[in-house]
Design a protein around this ligand. Structure first.
Ligand SMILES: Nc1ncnc2c1ncn2[C@@H]1O[C@H](COP(=O)(O)OP(=O)(O)OP(=O)(O)O)[C@@H](O)[C@H]1O
Length: 312
């Protein structure tokens, strides 16, 4: 049985100053999913998140969480945790005092214990008494995450949660997101520029570009569906390289064949073309192949194929 989505965008459109940013964007996210939202700079990822949070209104369409607009439903809004760029902390209070304030707002039970717990989860327990004004960008980000999860929200919206964090802190945040999803069944909406992060953490991914969703699928589905396959060949005799390139370019299904700096022939194949034909062509031409295998594609390769090389 398919349950109602926890987060839903239905034909969302939004312009700023006459400039169209989102055009009929639709997706739905089920309970417990970790949903990665990707796209180049300025594609409208944060705008989508702000629409879902009810912070801004769509021109057309609907953005709902738990089936309602958060702009109008306070009870549902209190079941959501948010990490946006501005984290709303007071510089002249300590990390602990800041979180105690929010624990009061959300009527968190056992606030002292819970504040300690979340500070420990984000690696800031030993800095709890320091003024937030003395914190680095990365530490502020981690503190923002601590605040976002303080009240055990059912849904967590994270805008670039690891930006400005050192590799150790990035790793801790990724593990925390996975743990929250598994142990607290939290549904997570994650805007990120880190494709490897999305690949490791998310169950499903959407790619937003030029106002629209260009791809939406599981990470594996995106990888498989949006890439050209590359077959790598190592020749037994390097002096046959030029001849091998010539032969490969005439083989059926080959889009491109070239020798790369790694010393291997990279052969780009159309759609589902296999490798047997290629190897047959080479053998027939008297070229000796030492080994050949398909290159493992990453989400980054698929992302670049979908966006036409537009980097995040
Ligand atoms: N309040 C606003 N007023 C005017 N323009 C806005 C406003 N908010 C967003 N925009 C514009 O909308 C577009 C999308 O911005 P948004 O921040 O949603 O992109 P993004 O995908 O999150 O980008 P990035 O990856 O760089 O954070 C940009 O061109 C931005 O300038």
């Amino acid at each position: 049985m398919v349950s109602d989505p926890v987060i839903e965008a239905r034909n969302l459109s939004r312009s700023f100053d006459g400039h169209l940013v989102l055009d009929q964007v639709s997706f739905s996210i089920q309970s417990g999913e970790i949903f990665g939202f990707l796209g180049p700079n300025g594609a409208g990822k944060t705008t989508t998140m702000r629409l879902l949070l009810g912070l801004i209104r769509p021109d057309r369409g609907e953005a709902t969480v738990f089936g309602v607009s958060l702009a109008e439903h306070d009870r549902e809004r209190r079941r959501v945790g948010v990490l946006l760029e501005q984290n709303g902390m007071t510089d002249r209070l300590s990390a602990e005092r800041n979180l105690r304030y929010y624990a009061g707002l959300y009527s968190v039970p056992n606030p002292a214990q819970r504040v300690e717990e979340v500070l420990s989860l984000v690696g800031l327990l030993d800095r709890r008494s320091d003024l937030v004004g003395t914190f680095s960008t990365g530490m502020r980000r981690s503190l923002g995450l601590a605040r976002a999860i303080l009240h055990h929200p059912a849904v967590l919206f994270l805008d670039e949660p690891t930006s400005g964090l050192d590799p150790g802190a990035q790793q801790r945040v990724r593990e925390l997101i996975r743990t929250l999803s598994v142990e607290e069944s939290m549904t997570v909406f994650l805007n990120s520029h880190h494709l490897d992060e999305v690949e490791r953490v998310c169950s499903r991914v959407a790619i937003l570009q030029d106002q629209r969703i260009r791809a939406i699928d599981t990470v594996e589905g995106i990888r498989r569906g949006h890439q050209q396959r590359v077959f790598l060949i190592v020749l037994s005799r390097r002096e046959q390289t030029v001849a091998a390139v010539e032969v490969l370019r005439t083989c059926p299904g080959v889009v491109e064949a070239r020798l790369e700096e790694d010393g291997m022939m990279h052969v780009t194949l159309q759609g589902t073309s296999g490798s047997a034909g290629l190897l047959g062509c080479l053998v027939h031409a008297g070229i000796q192949v030492e080994e050949g295998y398909f290159k493992r594609e990453s989400l980054e390769d698929a992302y670049l194929a979908v966006t036409g090389g537009d980097k995040t």
